[in-house]
Design a protein around this ligand. Structure first.
Ligand code: ADP
Ligand code: ASP
Ligand code: MG
Length: 461
């Protein structure tokens, strides 16, 4: 049995967390491949360093090295530390070189690549640290970068996609033999390697996706996502205090919720696992006795109308007006091509006779409008509504049962929110709609109270 165990930033974020994580890994009897995020705060720190002057950045890099060295000193024996410290220093020096190259690069693609490279660096430090902690506790761990493991990626900086086939070939050649010898690889999450051999990140929170990609590549039996909550919950516990941990979910439900804001999983985590039918478990490093959430192909039906609610904030609705769009062959796809250029993600699309409405992240609205202006022969007017959130309600039979949407929308009205756009019917399990940022939390709380809350009970086996 092969198990992939991915540990997030908080699970490797302190001496205590590192020791807990090491314990969980050691207690696992299966052949295991560990994937780690950077220590919590490190990726944000690196992005901050990119904005600093070179002089200030030097001091920040020393602090970064210091944090890892102090963690290592408190978690590993003297001999192991002596081997670790120069390797860490070497990685920090390499980071300093990349940072210098970033500052010297002219604006453009090269600068973006170097920005991505620097932001990916925290995982190299955490995986090295974790591997040495494990070794000092008698576990034959080996730190591996994504380069060494052969995680191949394509796409633009900050928005990479794993090449599952090439990655699988590489992992089977480079990682499987280690497992055969009883070793435990500790691989960097968050990034793969592009065609030129340079790092390409999978977007913020991307180590979950790395875990799934490794699970897919090795035909693993199970992927565990170890984090700081008991599992996938009925809502973000930071928004809904009495959110409940779900025992199991279907791949589709988890994927929709992750895409629409449930931060517990990176939006692209499910697909590589689903492709090979690998179970995904979400578990709590700080409560390893908890059962966690099992995400797999089929699950038992739930008792309640809704299973979980997520919200994606700070979006905008871009409405494009053009006479009889519906009767102009190819126009909708032309408009969508223009809107989604540069790999931009859209969260909902709706059409009428003369309008196309698309929901996009607010931070990208200016570039979308700029591109649409270039289509002046086709586009009559563009209207933007900023400051909206997309609520995603997932449940059984969203399409099949009568009256589900009526109930959901009555509750939305009761929460004092106006529905700005609806996307229904596209997904079998989710109902998505747009409300103002101001009312989004109230809507999520009331939906949870009415249709999930206390009444949730798992179906008996
Ligand atoms: P990690 O560093 O382990 O990757 P993240 O911070 O990325 O952890 O994700 C875990 C966080 O996701 C939780 O602390 C919780 O606040 C948030 N979250 C959002 N939606 C959900 C949900 N439906 N279930 C569980 N956690 C959620
Ligand atoms: N360290 C990266 C981030 O903070 C990836 C991850 O944690 O999943 O976004
Ligand atoms: Mg995460």
């Amino acid at each position: 049995m092969i198990k992939v165990m991915k540990f997030g930033g908080t699970s490797v974020g302190s001496v205590d967390a590192m020791l807990r994580t090491a314990d969980i890994i050691k207690r696992e009897p299966a052949s295991k491949v560990v994937v780690v995020s950077a220590m919590s705060g490190v990726t944000n720190g690196l992005i901050g360093i990119l904005r600093e002057s070179e002089h200030k950045a030097d001091a920040s890099l020393r602090q970064l090295a210091q944090r890892h060295l102090e963690t290592a000193r408190a978690t590993m024996g003297e001999a192991e530390f002596a081997g670790y410290a120069p390797l860490l220093q070497q990685r920090v020096d390499e980071l300093r070189d990349r940072l210098r190259a970033y500052h010297q690069a002219p604006r453009g693609h090269e600068k973006k690549v170097l920005y991505d490279t620097v932001s990916s660096w925290g995982e190299r430090l955490s995986s090295l640290t974790m591997a040495h902690i494990l070794r000092s506790q008698g576990c034959d761990a080996v730190a591996m970068t994504s380069e060494e493991a052969g995680i191949v990626a394509t796409g633009s900086p900050g928005n990479g996609t794993a090449d599952l086939y090439s990655t699988s070939v590489n992992l089977k050649a480079r990682v499987l033999p280690l497992l055969g010898r009883g070793r435990t690889p500790v691989i960097t999450g968050f990034y793969g390697i592009d065609a030129t051999g340079r790092p390409l990140t999978f977007g913020r929170g991307g180590s979950d996706y790395s875990g799934s990609v490794v699970g897919n590549g090795l035909d693993a039996d199970m992927i565990e996502i170890w984090t700081d909550v008991d599992g996938f919950m009925t809502a973000d516990p930071r928004v809904v205090a009495n959110a409940i941990t779900l025992e199991e979910m279907d791949y589709n439900e988890a994927a929709e919720l992750a895409y629409f804001g449930a931060k517990v999983l990176h939006p692209r985590t499910i697909e590589p696992a689903r492709k090979k039918c690998v179970q995904v478990w979400v578990r709590n490093t700080f409560n390893p006795e908890g059962k966690g959430t099992k995400i797999h192909k089929i699950r038992s039906p739930a008792m309640n109308m809704l299973r979980s609610v997520a919200v994606k904030r700070d979006l905008s609705i871009v409405k494009v007006y053009s006479g009889e769009i519906a009767y102009q062959p190819g126009l909708i796809s032309k408009l969508l091509d223009s809107i989604t250029a540069n790999g931009l993600t859209t969260y909902a699309v709706s059409t009428s006779l003369s309008t196309l409405a698309v929901v996009v992240p607010q931070e990208h609205v200016a570039e979308v409008v700029e591109r649409l202006k270039e289509l002046k022969d086709e586009v009559e007017k563009v209207h933007v509504k900023e400051g909206v959130s997309l609520v995603c309600a997932v449940g059984d039979g969203m399409l099949g049962s009568c009256g589900v949407s009526a109930k959901v929308f009555a509750t939305v009205a009761e929460a004092g929110a106006n529905v700005e756009l609806i996307s229904e019917g596209a997904s079998d399990v989710a109902l998505n709609f747009v409300v103002s940022n101001e009312r989004a939390v109230a809507v999520v709380k009331l939906l949870h109270e009415r249709y999930i809350g206390e009444r949730y009970e798992a179906v008996p086996e």
